[in-house]
Write a protein that binds this ligand. Structure first.
Ligand code: SAM
Length: 273
């Protein structure tokens, strides 16, 4: 991984020593190409298209802000200027977002990128939805389902500024209610923290997920069964997904960002197609 400041490749070749020795009491200016330094502040993430990494004392995940000048939940923004073009990125904190926690925890594929259609179950006020909106960009869409009226108000306000978010204030247990709003999608992300979450995901997959589409599900063990060990709850949820034709590909622990949480990622392979 590169450091905050990467010297321009020419900077190794510093010209002749004599170039830098004082002449008439002054240092001569080195030829420009030898002194140029390029600050590499933000790079594309190697595994996740549409996600970036800002290099600093500590590296941070970030997304390219679709609405420059505006934070969504008071998150930090950074501006990078390259070739007279300014770009603004929003820092994506894995302590505030399980999707970011999953990426930082090493999952390989989140099944979404620029242009993707994502069905997001459990959108809350839109903290993570806003980053998914940046990630999929103007050619993608996030169908964000949330049943709390209060969070739903924030979500609707967020969608006024971000045209690629379609807020759906409804219960994810009843996908038939929003079937007129949601087309076939590339990925379902779920963070509803409900005991029947796997069933909710399976049902939504049947309605909306394309064959070979991705499923990303965050599991909070004690929401499902607080009497069992977290590992055994995760294993049960994976088996439930299998029964709904979702083939698990990866499971990552979200600790230390979220205690007793895991993220399960898989691919939908409906038998009847
Ligand atoms: C853990 S929070 C989601 C946080 C959000 N994903 C984020 O990162 O910003 C879970 C959310 O799911 C919502 N929720 C729970 N059950 C739901 C259901 N059946 N249908 C729709 N939303 C639901 C809750 O109201 C809550 O806002």
């Amino acid at each position: 991984m590169a450091n905050v400041t990467q010297r321009h490749k020419f900077s190794k070749h510093r010209g002749n020593e004599s170039d830098r020795k004082p002449r008439d009491g002054k240092f001569i200016r080195k030829p420009k190409k030898f002194v140029k330094q390029t600050k590499v502040l933000v790079e594309k993430h190697m595994r996740f298209p549409g996600v970036y990494v800002s290099r600093g004392k500590e590296d941070s995940l970030c997304t390219l802000n679709m609405v420059p000048g505006m934070s969504v939940y008071n998150e930090k923004r950074i501006t990078v200027e390259t070739n007279d073009e300014k770009k603004e990125y929003r820092i994506w904190n894995p302590y505030r977002s399980k999707l970011a926690a999953g990426m930082v925890s090493g999952c390989e594929n989140v099944y979404m990128g620029p242009g993707s259609k994502v069905l997001y179950l459990g959108a809350a006020s839109g903290t993570t939805v806003s980053h998914v909106s940046d990630l999929v960009g103007t050619s993608g869409v996030v169908y964000a389902v949330e049943f709390s009226q209060r969070s739903g108000r924030d979500l609707v306000n967020l969608a006024k500024k971000r045209p690629n978010i379609i807020p759906i204030i409804d219960d994810a247990r009843y996908p038939q209610n929003y079937r007129m709003l949601v087309p076939i999608v590339d990925c379902i992300f779920s963070d509803v923290a409900q005991p029947d979450q796997a069933r909710i995901v399976g049902l939504n997959a049947k309605y909306f997920l394309k064959s070979q589409g991705g499923v990303v599900m965050s599991i909070k063990a004690n929401c499902i069964d607080s009497t069992k060990k977290a590992e055994s709850v995760f294993a049960d949820e994976v088996n439930k997904l299998r029964k709904d034709d979702i083939k698990p590909k990866e499971q990552v622990s979200l600790e230390p960002f979220e205690k007793d949480h895991a993220m399960v990622l898989g691919v939908y392979r409906p038998k009847d197609i």
